[in-house]
Ligand binder design. Sequence first.
Ligand SMILES: [Zn+2]
Length: 288
Amino acid sequence: MPRQPSTPSLAALRPLRKDRVIDLVRAAGLDVSDWSNSRRGEAGAATNPKYCYEWVFVEPGAAIVLNLWHVLLEEQADGCIVHRGNFREDAETQFARGRGSPWGVRARRLDAALQTALQDNLAVRVILNAGVRRDRDDAEAEASKVELRALDPEPWSIAAYDVATGAHVLVRGAAAPSFVDQFSIDADIGGPAVRHEQTGFVFDRDPKVREAVLKRACGRCEYCDQPGFRRADGAVYLETHHIVPLHEGESDRVDNVIALCPNDHREAHYGEDAASLRLRFIAIVAEA
Ligand SMILES: [Zn+2]
């Protein structure tokens, strides 16, 4: 369940000014350098038609920025602010009405961006819009007119997405942080520690042990107490380290694994004090 941000109320989220899309996308941390990539250069960046009419922006490996209408947000009984919808269905409706371009295309891009965000675990940021919203179900309606827009300072998360239908529930507030280590970056390794031949012997590490140690560390180096850095997807990164290495015969158990910041981890392997660090780690883990 997403962490609840300190939100006064849904009404207080209504934007009060109209910022430029380029400034909001930049403020969300996305690279907007390509917006200047047109005949008018820097002067035309904010009105570059390739970008300024879009309703979603995707930076691979980092984040998506979605435009949402404030009027379509709901405040649930538990205080969560959510957006329920179905961009794929919106797109189909527009195409069926002969309005595929531009509205159907935009809705399709929104749907595709949600899928990308889920697949790649990207951060989700939201630009809130207010003004005259075009009713999707009214085939004669005029184009929408955004009168106010602002970037929500809180990140959002995708609470639900139905791959089959495209129905989504977006929730204001970042998902609770997950903890990852150096092995999470490669595909997850299944099963307990086993020895197998692969240009000599290497040891697979039990993901459950790593997971339990990362949970115990709760995002802080268990040696120096510094917080791990946050990845673009919001997960907190530390490295798991076997205090007595598996090749010395010690086993892959939580009381032989410590979560360290990358610097302390390198020192544990290559520092001149590696032997005394090992003794300190044993004491720390025994206490934990
Ligand atoms: Zn440390």
